[in-house]
Design a protein around this ligand. Structure first.
Ligand code: PMP
Length: 303
């Protein structure tokens, strides 16, 4: 495959049938989003947030892009901004992995850290405050921008359908902003309303109730219900402990040669639970948003 711009390598990632046997022989497939050039599912979003802002006249040649992010969206936005030579400021709670923050800076972004205790809400507030101070700035705001689920509705969802070409009994994926889940779930339901869509969160996320608190699983977990979920029929929400997610991270390296991040580990743990209640031999699709390499400093392979 000859390409002329790194952006051409975004998307069309492999869909892998996992070498995992379930008692009822459900086939579990994972979309390997770590194969995107910035290393995560959020390269798709970075491109589309900037393209959308430019199309709507909100981004011009010298506009400073400001975005609150847990990391991967930041890398995706920085990648998209680099190719357009736009300045970027990313607002990141300090708890998120050092590797992700290094990669954002390598791509030319400036970083502003907010206190971990303030969570993503603190980063959102800081991004808005910076935008108020910096003339000709634009905050794409992944947490409310319809281009976020729209990206996944128009790219990831159709890719999954096209890759598999068979009925999908269940779609299982984590939620951070909720854009991935909402976009793909809406697309798959539009193709086959019988597909069950199941969202995954870590303990300390609020979807299944209880107060928000810190967790080690990175990239998923919400402090407020994503607005993208408002008109979505979600069939179930599974809460996965950090220990269960990390156990799957270790297991998949050893048993499948797959170097997955912790949100992918949570997706596997949830998929195994969902598989037990699906018809024998049916198909389940999940997403692996990124790889373990950006969490090595967080001892991702240590029990
Ligand atoms: N996993 C990882 C590693 C992520 O960085 C993200 C994005 N925060 C997600 C899952 C969830 O994606 P979304 O924001 O679309 O819900």
């Amino acid at each position: 495959m000859l390409i002329h711009h790194i952006q051409e390598a975004i998307g069309n990632t492999p869909l892998l049938e996992l070498p995992i046997t379930t008692p009822n022989h459900v086939h579990i497939y994972a979309k390997l989003e770590m194969f995107n050039p910035g290393g995560s599912i959020k390269d798709r979003l970075g491109e589309s947030l900037l393209a959308d802002g430019i199309r709507r006249g909100l981004i011009t040649k010298h506009t400073t892009i400001i975005e609150p992010t847990a990391g991967n969206t930041g890398i995706g936005v920085a990648l998209a901004a680099q190719s357009r030579q736009l300045p970027v400021i990313l607002v990141v709670p300090e708890k998120f992995s050092a590797e992700k923050q290094t990669l954002m800076q390598a791509l030319g972004a400036k970083l502003v850290n907010t206190p971990s205790a303030e969570g993503i809400q603190g980063a959102i507030a800081k991004a808005k405050a910076l935008a108020a101070d910096i003339p000709d700035s634009y905050v794409p705001m992944q947490f409310t921008n319809p281009a976020n689920p729209g990206t996944y509705f128009h790219t990831l969802g159709p890719e999954i359908s096209h890759d598999l070409r068979e009925p999908i009994a269940a779609f299982v994926a984590g939620a951070g902003s909720g854009g991935t889940f909402a976009g793909v779930a809406a697309y798959l339901k539009s193709q086959d309303p019988r597909t069950q869509v199941i969202v995954v969160e870590p303990e300390g996320s609020i979807l299944n109730g209880g107060p928000a608190h810190a967790h080690r699983t990175e990239g998923i977990g919400v402090e407020f219900t994503p607005p993208f979920f408002e008109h979505l029929q979600i069939d179930d929400t599974l809460t996965i402990s950090d220990n269960a997610a990390f156990a799957q991270v270790r297991a998949l390296a050893q048993q499948a040669g797959l170097l997955i991040g912790s949100s992918s580990g949570a997706a596997v743990a949830a998929s195994l639970q969902v598989a037990t209640r699906l018809p024998a031999g049916s198909n389940l699709v999940t997403i692996f948003p990124d790889s373990s390499e950006r969490y090595l400093s967080e001892a991702i392979y240590q029990a």
